[in-house]
Design a protein around this ligand. Structure first.
Ligand code: SF4
Length: 218
């Protein structure tokens, strides 16, 4: 990676930490793993975002196209935000369906909020984290634009959750300047990329959850 870009990425990592991320690592774009098998994981088991969220497959750029796009980038920063200080409550750690978790997650952000319970509190904390992530991503992108890196593009840690219910295919996005595709929606192998960057992530059910996302810079 070119020296000027590397030093700018390190500066962005420092800024991201000041904005509240737990960890930020500058990586060469060649360290971003893309694997077509990630697409299968959207379907087996089927994710509730699949087909319904504008920022998830098959509503986003195909993996093959993203692979070509990625070849033109030279660097990126990988960011991690620890979600909540404790692991999920018991009812979310058992053998529950992903759609049940998703319904509970949506309800936690609704205008008529369900009463405070360990589950709703936990899900609300996750939603608050996501709002922070969207904000930090936009701030970092703006810095890149000012510096002349006009192809800077942030990808999300998950399918878009800016609305409680996405408008879905065929309808215009409600927040077109904020919404961004999920890393895995474009075929990024998040686990492999995180590992190569030397970040530690736990997938244990009862551990603290972390959001990981990426900003391509060029
Ligand atoms: S901002 Fe709303 S409408 Fe747009 S992709 Fe996200 S959830 Fe869907």
């Amino acid at each position: 990676m070119e020296e000027r870009l590397e030093s700018y990425l390190n500066l962005l990592c420092q800024r991201a930490k000041e904005l509240g991320v737990s960890e930020a690592v500058a990586i060469p774009a060649t360290d971003i793993g893309v694997d077509e098998r990630v697409a299968l994981k959207c379907l087996a088991p089927r994710c509730p975002f699949y087909g319904t969220n504008l920022m998830c497959p098959p509503n986003v750029m195909p993996i093959s196209q993203f692979q070509n796009v990625l070849k033109h980038y030279h660097g990126a920063i990988l960011l991690k935000m620890d979600s909540v200080p404790s692991g999920p409550p018991e009812e979310l750690t058992g053998p529950v369906e992903i759609t049940e978790i998703w319904e509970a997650f949506k309800a936690a952000g609704g205008e008529e909020k369900p009463p405070s319970t360990p589950t709703t509190d936990y899900l609300r904390a996750l939603r608050n984290n996501l709002e922070g992530i969207y904000k930090i991503t936009s701030q970092i992108e703006a810095l890149c634009l000012e510096e002349g890196y006009h192809f800077a593009a942030g990808l999300s840690a998950t399918g878009c959750l800016l609305c409680d219910q996405c408008v879905g295919p065929g309808e215009p996005c409600r927040h077109p300047l904020k919404a961004r595709p999920a890393m895995d929606a474009l075929g990024i192998d998040v686990g492999a990329t995180v590992k190569k960057a030397g970040m530690q992530l736990s997938f244990a059910q009862k551990e603290t959850r972390s959001w990981v996302w990426l900003i391509l810079v060029d």
